[in-house]
Design a protein. Structure first.
Length: 255
């Protein structure tokens, strides 16, 4: 029996204007209220919709997350958004190092590590993403890639910080492709990540860390995925953009 409470977060990516987000979240807030105390839920809208979303969800059982966070406090960093700015509008979580940021913005483990540390020191809870490409998996480098990303992205975090950090394993080949790692494939990688945490921090600390799975999670596979020993939730993309789909995904996950 897992001691960790499930954590399901919706990553909206570059979708939904502020007004569209408001409409969706009014419905979602009412629909998901019944899950209070059964799991942790968050949504991560685009930066432009964060303040509106935070106001709509205030007092609900749905937390707000951003899709990125700057490693800097303030200054001449055009286009960046700081932890202070996010906290000021009620943001609690920040996705760090999503595979699309790694791919399209050339984010390195060192930068992702700096962002995670800045989030933690500021009071924002990071969701740190790691995952291999199809070529890396098929060439037998999956374990080494996951190990390198995990160690690099989490380097220097204290035991107290690591238990506040969510890790999201998202095989790049399964994001937005309709392909999903089988529950056994996902569990294998989650177990590897848990072992790396155990080696670094000891069993007691490692057992407290939430490790989400991300990669085409849907209502019809959420239950089997969430029932794996080391899978503690999901980072959900497209399925989080529709009220009924996201509701059914969560309902199946907590069965």
């Amino acid at each position: 029996m897992k001691k960790r409470m499930l954590f399901i977060a919706g990553n909206w990516k570059m979708n939904k204007t502020a007004s569209e987000a408001e409409k969706l979240l009014v419905e979602l807030k009412a629909k998901l209220a019944s899950f209070e105390g059964k799991l942790n839920i968050a949504v991560c809208p685009a930066f432009t919709a964060l303040e509106t979303s935070s106001k709509v969800l205030k007092g609900s059982n749905i937390a707000i997350g951003s899709q990125d966070i700057s490693a800097k406090d303030s200054g001449a960093y055009t286009g960046e958004v700081s932890a202070k700015m996010l906290l000021d509008i009620g943001v609690q979580y920040a996705i760090v190092g999503h595979s699309e940021r790694r791919q399209y913005h050339a984010e390195t483990d060192a930068l992702i590590n700096a962002k995670a540390k800045k989030a933690l020191s500021s009071g924002v809870l990071p969701i740190v993403c790691i995952g291999e490409t199809l070529e890396e998996r098929e060439s037998g480098r999956m374990n080494s890639v996951i190990t390198t990303q995990t160690k690099g992205s989490l380097s220097g975090l204290t035991a107290e910080e690591i238990v506040k950090t969510t890790i999201a394993y998202e095989p790049v080949w399964a994001i937005g492709t309709g392909k999903t790692a089988s529950p056994a494939q996902a569990q294998e990688v989650h177990a590897l990540i848990r072992k790396l945490l155990t080696d670094a921090y000891g069993t007691e600390v490692a057992e407290k860390v939430i490790i989400q799975y991300g990669g085409s999670v849907k209502p019809d596979n959420s239950n089997e995925l969430m029932n794996q020993k080391d899978i503690d939730g999901a980072l959900v993309g497209g399925a989080s953009l529709e009220v009924e789909v996201f509701y059914n995904l969560i309902a199946n996950a907590v069965k």
